[in-house]
Design a binder for this molecule. Structure first.
Ligand code: GCU
Length: 744
């Protein structure tokens, strides 16, 4: 039982609760074919049974006793009657309202008598069954001891006592996870075992596991899932053929019951590889027709497929560039094929020259996405969404945000995060990423003045609010293509095609994420995609409570919860301090990206350099003397990064090449900062390990052991990082450590 498999859905029995509270003995739900509503009812039934040791009945009619009612405002009178028309209108398509009993009675702690039957019932309501399902998971989270702050603060004071009363709408219309799973069972950048979807070039037969995954995702509001790697190899190219479509349909059915839409990554060269055409040119009518026929076949098998995810002209993948076309041509042709079925094209902006010459100091990979896509702003169909990585490089522990956010004014965007810890310790090191994501989401681009934060851009809110601005269409200056005749669209779509996607960190390991504590990143990603205003602290608090409540020997959990939470909150900073100094990045072993190798990417073709020599280090990305990248931002951000005086310390080496003796805002020199952070980082990693050991008595043994071995390794590996990096810079600079600590 204590393997980590149930993750945060481990509904432990609370020993203080002697009896099942009255309101949850009967679940009232309209008779329905709606699978998602059925899922909501059975999830609630299961959760309550496991928490209170008694199975609630499911009934279609409200009995004369307390009950919990589930349903949409439309389909159940006993749901609708509890909310005014105004209250109903405040709920968005996937949002929910929960109204209920007194908070103390809710958890079964008291059993006061109420004359008013309504006061003893709980109602979970939405516009759609998906909303109801999310509401059910929220209610369960609350009962489980998650007691998240948002919920507590909305508990209204009634005549008698606080009544549970809450409204929640997702900020982001699309909340997606991308799998980088291959059909041979491997997972690109997977650190938690093999794929749960495939093995041996076939689909898994373990549908139970997929269903359990769907539960985890739906419980935090994820509703879109791409199920194969963006690098689409030979076999996976056939996912859109008869060979595999029946399997795709089966998988889609499992996730559909949890309100999750499936997407497929496709190979841009499919017309050649599958169709026997000689070209994949997006402007060739045969190519367009091939995709139209293909779309008909695909949607006959999976009528509600979300659409395609496309990595084109990126890291040696085929794309429209081969035919002298630009990316709007490529994306729009596919979008037209999917349009009749409501499908979307999610087109990735991770496009750069991966065959760069390291001697060439002018080409800057950080500029690439902006340079490729900014000129195409406004040219994309309204069922195309551009997916942009959070930073301009590639999920480093520290990067500035991509300047494409905000710069694309007339294009729908998805923000791409990486939950998989490719560059952040590969789920061997502890690295709770929510604080990093929060910094991204809260970042103000000033695209339309103060308050143009990334979270408002990716949710579509900024586009929505500036709907009336009519300065949308712009002259397109891109010159390389013969196909730019088309007028930029002035039409700003309703913000349904906006949101966040993230690369999955799960695999077939029993606890899903390898490192048990890395589950917090999956949980945190979902919660943040739902509500970017939650803090990293609140999310950590929820996750730790849900995962560890009831673990403590006396069920008091007094030290356990705050201690593990603090470990999470410190971990990103710790990881950063013994790895990449001051935003420089890329000091990792080539290919697998694990462990230190300061010059591993220095003389390569990947555009990933730090330019360290005996005088200094860093990349000059200023407009005055460097690559000009800093100029991609709006003022005042551009100016802040441009000037060495105002550039924040943590990004200094991303934007500037400086001598080792340069003095930071912190008052420290660059070289001394490198030494100090690396010594401290390794110490703090050792401290994480020691802290965990101090919790031994309070943790279940198997849980304790699985995390212990990872933290042990992390502490040792942090020393390796410390010594390699310190020694490298000591040898380059010849400047000794002020504190005389061992450097080799
Ligand atoms: C990174 C990663 C690759 C991945 C690529 C992408 O470069 O290392 O494995 O394919 O990102 O996002 O497409």
């Amino acid at each position: 039982k204590e393997s980590g498999y149930d993750a945060w859905l481990h509904y432990r029995r609370d020993r203080h609760v002697k009896q099942m509270p009255a309101w949850c003995r009967v679940i009232v739900v309209h008779e329905t074919d709606d699978e998602v509503l059925q899922t909501a009812a059975s999830e609630l039934q299961q959760g309550l049974a496991s928490m209170f040791g008694q199975q609630p009945k499911i009934s279609t009619v409200p009995a004369h006793e307390p009950f919990v009612a589930l349903g949409t405002f439309q389909d159940h009178p006993c749901v609708a009657e509890r909310f005014s028309a105004e209250e109903q209108a405040e709920v968005s398509a996937e949002g929910y309202r929960i109204r209920g009993v007194e908070v103390s009675e809710l958890a079964g702690l008291t059993g006061q008598d109420h004359a008013d039957i309504k006061g003893r019932c709980v109602t979970v309501a939405g516009q759609t069954s998906k909303g109801v399902l999310y509401g059910v998971f929220h209610l369960l989270r609350y009962l489980q001891g998650g007691l998240d702050g948002k919920l507590k603060s909305t508990a209204k004071q009634s005549l008698h006592a606080p009544i549970l009363d809450l409204l929640s709408n997702p900020a982001n219309p699309i909340r997606m996870i991308n799998h980088w799973d291959n059909m041979d069972g491997s997972v690109e950048r997977g650190y938690a075992g093999a794929s749960i979807f495939y093995n041996n070039n076939a689909f898994t037969t373990n549908m139970e596991r997929l269903r359990d995954y769907a539960r985890l995702l739906a419980s935090v509001g994820i509703q879109a899932l791409s199920i194969n790697n963006v690098n689409v190899h030979q076999v996976e190219t056939e996912l859109i053929t008869d060979r595999f479509l029946p399997d795709v349909a089966k998988v889609a059915a499992i996730f559909r019951a949890y309100g999750i839409q499936i997407y497929l990554s496709i190979n841009y060269a499919s017309p050649i590889q599958l169709g026997g055409l000689t070209t994949a040119d997006p402007l060739d009518p045969d190519v367009a027709e091939w995709w139209q026929t293909k779309a008909r076949e695909i949607y006959a098998a999976v009528p509600d497929l979300g659409g395609f995810v496309v990595k084109a002209d990126s890291e040696n993948r085929p794309g429209p560039f081969s035919y002298g076309r630009h990316h709007a041509d490529g994306a729009n042709m596919l979008a037209d094929a999917l349009r009749p079925y409501g499908g979307r094209v999610i087109w990735r902006c991770f496009v750069y020259d991966c065959k760069q010459d390291w001697r060439d100091r002018k080409t800057d990979r950080a500029r690439a996405a902006f340079d490729h896509f900014k000129p195409l702003d406004g040219l994309f169909r309204d069922n195309v969404i551009l997916q942009i990585k959070n930073g301009p490089m590639d999920f480093q522990v520290r990067e500035p945000v991509s300047p494409l956010f905000g710069a694309l004014e007339a294009t729908q965007v998805l923000l791409e995060f990486q939950i998989a810890q490719e560059y952040t310790g590969q789920q061997k090191h502890l690295c709770y990423l929510v604080p990093q994501w929060k910094e991204v989401l809260d970042f103000d681009t000033y695209a339309q003045g103060k308050g143009s934060t990334i979270k408002r851009i990716v949710s579509g809110a900024l586009h929505n609010s500036s709907n009336s601005n009519s300065h949308r269409g712009k002259a397109i200056v891109h010159a390389n293509s013969g196909s730019l005749q088309e007028k930029p669209t002035h039409h700003i779509p309703k913000p349904t095609n906006f949101g966040i996607a993230a690369v999955s960190n799960i695999g077939a390991d029993t606890n899903w994420t390898g490192h048990l504590l890395a589950q917090s990143n999956l949980y945190g990603y979902g919660r943040l995609a739902w509500d970017p205003d939650l803090s990293a602290d609140e999310i950590a608090d929820e996750w730790v409570r849900l995962t560890f409540s009831g673990q403590g020997k006396d069920n008091g959990d007094t030290e356990l919860i705050p201690t593990i939470k603090q470990m999470l909150l410190d971990s990103w900073n710790i990881y950063e301090s013994y790895t990449a100094p001051l935003g420089v990045g890329w000091m990792v072993s080539p290919n697998h990206h694990y462990g230190p190798d300061v010059d591993g990417y220095e003389y390569s073709m990947w555009g990933t350099y730090h330019f360290a020599d005996c005088w200094g280090i860093g990349v000059d990305r200023t407009t005055a003397t460097g690559t000009g990248y800093a100029g991609h931002y709006f003022p005042p951000v551009a100016g802040i990064y441009e000037s060495i005086d105002s550039c924040p310390d943590e990004l200094l080496l991303f934007f500037h090449h400086v001598p080792y003796t340069h003095v930071l805002h912190s008052g420290q020199t660059v070289i001394q900062h490198i030494y100090d952070t690396h010594f401290e980082g390794a110490e703090r990693a050792a401290h994480l390990h020691a802290t965990w050991i101090s919790l031994r008595e309070q943790l279940h043994e198997t849980i304790y052991e699985q995390v212990l071995t990872r933290l042990e390794h992390q502490a040792e590996h942090a020393e390796e990082w410390r010594d390699r990096i310190n020694t490298y810079f000591y040898r380059k600079s010849g400047i000794p450590d002020e504190k005389n600590r061992p450097i080799y």
